[in-house]
Ligand binder design. Structure first.
Ligand SMILES: [Zn+2]
Length: 341
């Protein structure tokens, strides 16, 4: 496989999240990069993270899955890692896409328990990435966590602020979507700066939603009561959920550039049809009255055109991508962007 490494690392970056509601697994990066048996290459390689992300995608049968990546501080000075790759990891940390902590393993276990995320690891209980079809497969070695713990839910229900003004995890400097899990040491602390976090109020209400095209979940995204999200073929300014690249010729003609506005208020999840061709609620095939905000109840999802659907991932019948696209072969085009906050 030939590819431009910097493009691949950009593609991998879009699969990193420190928002537990979007992550499908949590992992210790310093462990993953040393799985030499996955490709027989050099002692440490960042591309193995891509192989493990691909394995997670096959495991959950979805496209564009994201993982919560914890970086042991020592990795930033590990000379087995090419300096160009260490620079990339540092940039990811500076932007809040990954967490850098002293001692990654206990932190990975903490995130798994608080956030209810399976661990991708050979050393910790969870899903062991081993050589297999497509490069790596996940061998389950422990039951998946049942969901976020009560303590995790309580932590996620609050907004936290780090005293370090440059903090990319718990501050306005954060460019990544959502909020990481605080580290607990008696009190909630910033995993990066080891400083107690200030509780600045309740978190905005949020819902994880997904785009499903022809039965395959293409992307999960986070909607919060802090602001609406526009979904369409090509929303204005590229802000919102861009469906265009996933649509066939007929669907391109039927889905408006800006088709649907999603928002959350005290009534719950709301959808507003702003298209030329309409939107339908399933089950029931109920046409949404144009311009009117319609509450989307649990179990319901919205169809923009046959096979083009938006909803909570649990609303869709199971089934999905048998062989999701590899992050290592991803074209350098970006098909998903969040609105500025
Ligand atoms: Zn901090």
């Amino acid at each position: 496989m030939r590819f431009e490494v910097s493009h691949v690392l950009d593609a991998i970056e879009r699969r990193l999240t420190t928002e537990p509601a979007l992550a499908r697994a949590v992992l210790d990066l310093a462990e993953i990069v040393r799985f030499v048996d996955l490709d027989g290459g050099r002692p440490a390689s960042l591309l193995r993270l891509g192989m493990v992300i691909d394995a997670v995608a096959r495991h959950v049968a979805e496209e564009n899955v994201q993982v919560y990546c914890v970086v042991d501080k020592g990795m930033l000075s590990d000379l087995d890692q090419p300096s160009s790759e260490r620079m990339v990891v540092r940039r990811w940390a500076d932007d809040g896409h990954v967490e850098v902590v002293p001692g990654a393993q206990p932190r990975v276990m903490e995130i798994s328990e608080l956030g209810g995320l399976p661990v991708a690891s050979r050393l910790l209980p969870g899903l062991a990435p081993v050589p297999g079809a497509g490069g790596a497969v996940l061998a389950p070695r422990a039951p998946a966590p049942p969901g976020p713990s009560d303590l995790g839910r309580r932590l996620m229900s609050r907004r936290w602020r780090c005293p370090d003004p440059e903090c990319a995890l718990f501050n306005q400097m954060r460019v990544a979507v959502g909020q990481p899990l605080p580290r607990l040491r008696g009190v909630p602390i910033c995993p990066r700066h080891d400083a107690p976090l200030a509780d600045i109020g309740p978190s905005p209400a949020q819902d994880v939603l997904a785009v499903r095209i022809n039965g395959v979940v293409k992307q999960r995204f986070l909607l919060t009561s802090a602001g609406p999200i526009v979904v369409g073929r090509a929303p204005e300014g590229g802000v919102g959920i861009i469906l265009g690249p996933w649509l066939d010729e007929q669907a391109v003609a039927a889905v408006s550039r800006a088709h649907l506005v999603l928002s959350i208020d005290q009534r719950g999840l709301l959808a507003q049809d702003i298209s030329m061709n309409g939107a339908w609620i399933h089950p029931g095939n109920i046409k949404v009255t144009p311009k009117e905000q319609r509450v989307i109840a649990p179990g319901e999802y919205i169809e923009l055109y046959p096979g083009v659907e938006i909803g909570r991932p649990g609303s869709f019948a199971p089934g999905g991508a048998v062989n999701p696209h590899s992050v290592l072969a991803e074209a350098p085009t970006m098909s998903f962007r969040m609105p500025p906050r």
